[in-house]
Design a protein around this ligand. Structure first.
Ligand SMILES: Cc1ncc(COP(=O)(O)O)c(C=O)c1O
Length: 481
């Protein structure tokens, strides 16, 4: 008999448990060609379940165990177990979020989540949609801004419009470049505004930049403020940005993909003061809050704008003569047709933990980041890039002993620029820690330890991570660089 897959499905949870067991290394790094030799990837001939299990286990063996405390490579990490349950259930009930007909309960869940999130962000009358990631949410923001200013674009395109310009900070996420290109503005339409040392947009410079564009006869359309920059975790002064946007009548979007999770915390949400003045906000619960990838929300102040800017009114799907209230067919607010029920994962987490449970997780995450920051500040050989904790990002260099006490001129920094990636390589190859590094502006390559809600990190874990960086750092010699 042909294998039907159902028996295999029963086994999957056991396989996951065994392959994610703590005894398994975080990563067994192999270069692409080596890995290609190891894995049995060919699909020409079908295999029985036993062989399939062996193949799957091999794949998992060579996959990164992102659920570990030592996985600090990106802004996502371990998942909330309730969120993961939601993700598995959502996959099992395989449906699309576009119509009430095929996703009745899931539609109500998405609407409830959006309403709850709008309340938290302080724009209760707004609207929103779950989108496939923060980059797509940037597209939604720009399209909404353009539609409000020039609704004719939907039918006629950009011809005949004044030259539109977008503003963002030099530390902001690159998704605005992709959006500017895809939406026909062109990347040169982005005006980049300088940031201060800790990565916050310098608001008076924004004011000057907008005025300069106006004086040159161009049309400022959209300001992208950031609440939690990718590397330094900087939160722009949203109140001041809003004042400038109001003064010039420009759309204010807040990219809160990373820092938006602070809204969950009673203690830390004031870091996002001013976000309630935004025209639109993007937030990725799949980053700090640990919802399984992908789980991303776009919200907008003006109700109805999402629908009018994106609707295509397909008659085969969004019929107006259905037997139920078609205002619950929310899919035409989206640029997608089929759309995963990402809201359900978040709802599962929230339903289980409530506002206060998520608030405590956020507080712990910030507390552990603060502990890390203070430890780094006082630990010989470590040096902070910025000592102002905005989001749970701690950025620093490790300076090996042989580099200390020397003149820190350009040449010295060029060596440091090579040392950080070398330490990362040693950490990865020894499976001790996967950590991000980056240069930012004038700063040469440094480490970014960013903390997330899951798995819960303890102080001893932070000390072990720093110890690993120090030990690998001391293995680096000049000949290795
Ligand atoms: C600040 C910020 N905005 C947007 C994004 C893009 O989000 P996504 O990866 O979901 O497209 C990222 C990704 O890291 C980010 O850090």
């Amino acid at each position: 008999m042909e294998p039907n897959g159902h028996t295999f499905l029963e086994k999957v949870l056991t396989i996951v448990r065994e392959e994610q067991d703590e005894s398994r290394p975080l990563i067994e790094f192999k270069h692409p060609k080596q890995l290609e030799e190891i894995l049995d990837l060919d699909v020409t001939e079908g295999v029985d379940d036993k062989k399939l299990e062996a193949c799957v286990r091999q794949v998992l063996q060579h996959s990164v165990k992102t659920d570990r405390v030592t996985f600090r490579n990106q802004l996502y990490g371990g998942t909330d177990p309730y969120g993961l349950s939601g993700a598995w259930l959502a996959e099992a009930f395989n449906t699309s979020q576009y119509t009430f007909e095929v996703a009745p309960a899931f539609t109500l869940i998405e609407l409830k989540m959006i309403q709850h999130i709008l309340q938290l962000f302080g724009i209760p009358e707004g609207d929103g949609i779950f989108s496939p990631g923060g980059s797509m949410s940037m597209f939604y923001g720009i399209v909404a801004a353009r539609h409000r200013a020039f609704p004719e674009v939907k039918a006629k395109g950009m011809r005949g419009l004044p030259e539109l310009v977008l503003f963002t900070s030099e530390d902001s996420h690159y998704s605005i470049k992709k959006a500017a290109h895809w939406l026909g503005f062109g990347t040169e339409s982005i005006k980049v505004v300088k940031t201060n040392q800790c990565g916050q947009l310098i608001v008076p410079e924004l004011d000057i930049a907008i005025q300069r564009e106006k004086d040159a006869g161009r049309c400022p359309l959209f300001v992208n403020a950031t609440a939690g920059t990718t590397v330094l975790g900087a939160i722009d002064d949203l109140v001041a940005v809003s004042d400038v946007c109001k003064k010039h009548n420009v759309w204010m979007h807040v990219d809160a993909c990373w820092g938006g999770s602070l809204i969950l915390s009673q203690k830390y949400r004031n870091k996002l003061n001013g976000i309630e003045r935004a025209d639109s906000i993007s937030w990725n619960p799949h980053k700090m809050a640990g919802a399984p990838l992908q789980c991303s929300v776009f919200v907008v102040r003006e109700r109805g704008l999402l629908h009018s800017s994106n609707a295509a009114a397909a008659q085969y799907l969004f019929h107006q003569d259905k037997f139920y209230d078609v205002s619950y067919d929310t899919g035409d607010k989206s640029v997608q047709c089929g759309r995963k029920i990402d809201a359900f994962k978040l709802w599962m987490m929230w339903k289980a933990r409530g506002d206060s449970g998520l608030s405590s997780l956020c507080d712990h995450t910030m507390d552990i980041a603060r502990f890390c920051l203070h430890t780094v500040e006082n630990k010989p050989g470590f040096r902070l890039v910025c000592d102002n904790l905005q989001c749970p990002n701690v950025c620093f260099w490790y300076i090996p002993k042989f580099m200390r006490g020397r003149k820190e001129d350009e040449k010295w920094w060029e060596v440091m620029h090579k040392i950080t990636p070398k330490i990362k390589e040693l950490l990865t190859l020894s499976s001790r820690l996967m950590v991000a590094y980056s240069p930012v502006r004038q700063y040469k390559n440094f480490f970014r330890l960013a903390f997330t809600f899951h798995p819960i990190v303890q102080e001893k874990d932070v000390l072990a991570m720093l110890q690993a960086i120090e030990e690998c750092g001391e293995q680096v010699t000049l000949d290795m660089l």
